[in-house]
Design a protein around this ligand. Sequence first.
Ligand code: A3P
Length: 313
Amino acid sequence: MARLDVTETFHHISFPGHIHTQDSLKCALHFQFQDSDTVIATYPKSGTTWMQEIVTLVKNRGDPQLSKTVPNWARAPWLEQHYSAKVLEATQGHRIITTHLPYNLLASALQGSKAKVIYVARNPKDVVVSYYHFHKMAKFLPEPNSFDEFLGSFLEGSVSYGSWFDHVKGWTSQTGVLANVLYISYEEMWLDLQGSMERISSFLQCPLVGEELTNSLRHCSFSSMRDNAMVNYTLIPKEIMDHSKGKFMRKGKIGDWRNTFTEEQIGLFDTVYSYQMQDCPLTFMWECPPESCGGGGGGQASGDQDRALSSNT
Ligand code: A3P
């Protein structure tokens, strides 16, 4: 299935036709979740692969055998992608299921299920920079042209997988609606991986002790994942992901958006952000200590938008 130039539009959202079909998208909406499923939900570039690795390691008590031998898309398939039905049918025991779909599309399939849902969000300024670079290497996504142009499309929600704002608002407003949901941010994971791992493992009712925890932490570090062909996408042929145009495991930093955004782009972004998030009932605590933002350009945290995203749940 090549279809590199095909875009599927489904419920007004664009999806790359290389990995999605109308049928695969429709099937996702009627998926039968099991109570033993773990669902990782993210907007692209928010730490999806990282969470797939963490959940795999937690479920295997720090044993990296599976994460070093089975590609992430086979052990934690994307529900909406065309190959997932086959993979999930063949999976025995506890399933790890990934999705980039917005909550409203999965609401009826998920409600009533006791599947454990982990929603990962990331500072949208870092998301858009990461997504821009990903568009340059992923041949199944449209050419992004300039960053300015891409930023405009991101802010209006016309990029693949739709609006970041709708995605985050949709998923983070489900406290009390979904039976089991954990909200966590990329920034929390970055600033305190051990604490995040403990939180995730306890949510999954699989608390790790001693070496189980230290092994898990080691194998999901940026450097370990960068060198692991099962997660760094180097197994994907060049015609589909051109690694000469960039790396999937690119920088893995927080606050690095400062090296890309101009003052004008920051102003535009902040205006759209304030407008879009004004009706969001959650309190977001975005506090990015300047010393850990690693972003050059003075590295000084500046104002409300310069904060790590985390929910208060
Ligand atoms: P950058 O492009 O900013 O480097 P996704 O898996 O949702 O597509 O997200 C990819 C982003 O997560 C990339 O961000 C990638 O480097 C980062 N990432 C993946 N694993 C990571 C890890 N172990 N630590 C920090 N960042 C990680």
